[in-house]
Design a protein around this ligand. Structure first.
Ligand code: GRG
Length: 270
C-alpha cells in the first residue's frame, strides 16, 4: 500500500475514534460540546496520532486497541492550538482555514474548550490502563515541555527581536518537537517495548518534530528562515530527517511507515 493510502486509512480510523469519544452534540452543556466538535471536525493533518499508530506497528503492535491513545494525542494537540490562537497568546482569527475557536464562539468558551479537550485526552489515556503513557505525556506537555516552549516563544515575541539560535532551538524542540517525540513513543509504550527501542523512537520523533518546525518556517518564511535563510534551513531539515531515520534500523521493515512519514514531513505534500 502506498504511504498516501496508509495516511488516508489511518486518518479515517482516527476520525471515527474521535467521533466516538467526543461527547455528542445533544449532551449538556451543548455549547461546549458544539465547540469541541467544531475544533475537531474537520481536523487537520492528524499527523501526531498517525505517528502513534505507526510507532505501535514498528514495535510489532496490531489491532485497534491503540485507538484511544492516538485520539488522546490529537485532542491534546488541538487544545494547544485553541489556546495558542487566543488574543492573550498568538491572537489568530483563523485556524485550518476557518474562524478560530474564540472567534467562532467567544474567548471564555474557547479557553474552556481547550481545557475540556486536554482533560478528555487524559481520560482516554487513563482508560488505556498504562501509567507510563500518562507519565510520558504529562511530562511532555508541562512547563518543561510544550508549555515551556510556548512561554519562551511569547517572551521572544514580546521583546520583538530575532531569536538567537539557542532560543530558536529551545522553542522548536519544546513547543513542537516534544509532542512529536511522545506521539511516536507512546505507541511503543502501549505495545510494551523496552527502554532501548523506546529511546530510539523518542530520538526519531525529536528529529522529525524539529524537521516539522523547520518545514513550517520554510512555508511561512519566518522563524529559522529569518535567521538562516531558505537554503540552510532546507539542508538542516534534510540532515535531521536522515538522522531520524537512522534510529529506526533496530525495528527492521516494521518501521517502514515511520520512515515514509519522515519523508512526507520533509516534503509536506499533505
Ligand atoms: C498553548 C500550551 C500551549 C502551547 C501551544 C503547539 C503550540 C504551542 C502552538 C501552535 C502554533 C504553531 C503554529 C506552532 C508551530 C508548529 C505547529 C505545532 C503547527 C500546527 O500543527 P499542525 O500543522 O496542525 O500539525 P494541524 O491543523 O494539521 O493539526
Amino acid at each position: 500500500m502506498h504511504i498516501n493510502e496508509y495516511i488516508e486509512i489511518k486518518k479515517k480510523f482516527i476520525d471515527k475514534g474521535l467521533d466516538k469519544y467526543l461527547p455528542s452534540l445533544k449532551a449538556k452543556p451543548q455549547a461546549i460540546h458544539k465547540a469541541m466538535r467544531y475544533v475537531m471536525f474537520p481536523g487537520g493533518k492528524r499527523i501526531r496520532p498517525i505517528l502513534t499508530l505507526a510507532g505501535f506497528e514498528a514495535c510489532g503492535g496490531r489491532g485497534n486497541r491503540i485507538l484511544p491513545v492516538a485520539c488522546a494525542i490529537e485532542l491534546i494537540h488541538s487544545y494547544t492550538l485553541i489556546h495558542d490562537d487566543l488574543p492573550c497568546m498568538d491572537n489568530d482569527d483563523y485556524r485550518r482555514g476557518r474562524l478560530s475557536c474564540h472567534k467562532r464562539f467567544n474567548e471564555g468558551l474557547a479557553l474552556l474548550t481547550g481545557d475540556a479537550l486536554l482533560t478528555l485526552g487524559f481520560q482516554l489515556l487513563s482508560e488505556a490502563g498504562n501509567i507510563d503513557i500518562i507519565k510520558e505525556v504529562s511530562k511532555t506537555i508541562g512547563s518543561r515541555g510544550t508549555i515551556g516552549g510556548q512561554v519562551e516563544d511569547i517572551r521572544a515575541s514580546r521583546i520583538g527581536r530575532l531569536e538567537s539560535a539557542a532560543d530558536l532551538n529551545y522553542i522548536a524542540t519544546h513547543k513542537t518537537g516534544a509532542l512529536f517525540a511522545s506521539a511516536v513513543k507512546v505507541g511503543g509504550i502501549f505495545k510494551g517495548a523496552g527502554r532501548k527501542p523506546l529511546a530510539k523512537l523518542g530520538n526519531f520523533g525529536k528529529c522529525i518534530g524539529f524537521t516539522f518546525q523547520l518545514v513550517d518556517d520554510l512555508i511561512d518564511r519566518d522563524g529559522y528562515v529569518e535567521t538562516y535563510g531558505v537554503r540552510r534551513v532546507r539542508k538542516m531539515a534534510k540532515g535531521l530527517t536522515k538522522r531520524g531515520k537512522g534510529y529506526l534500523g533496530v525495528f527492521g521493515k516494521k518501521a517502514n511507515r515511520l520512515s515514509e512519514i519522515a519523508d512526507l514531513i520533509l516534503d509536506r505534500p499533505f
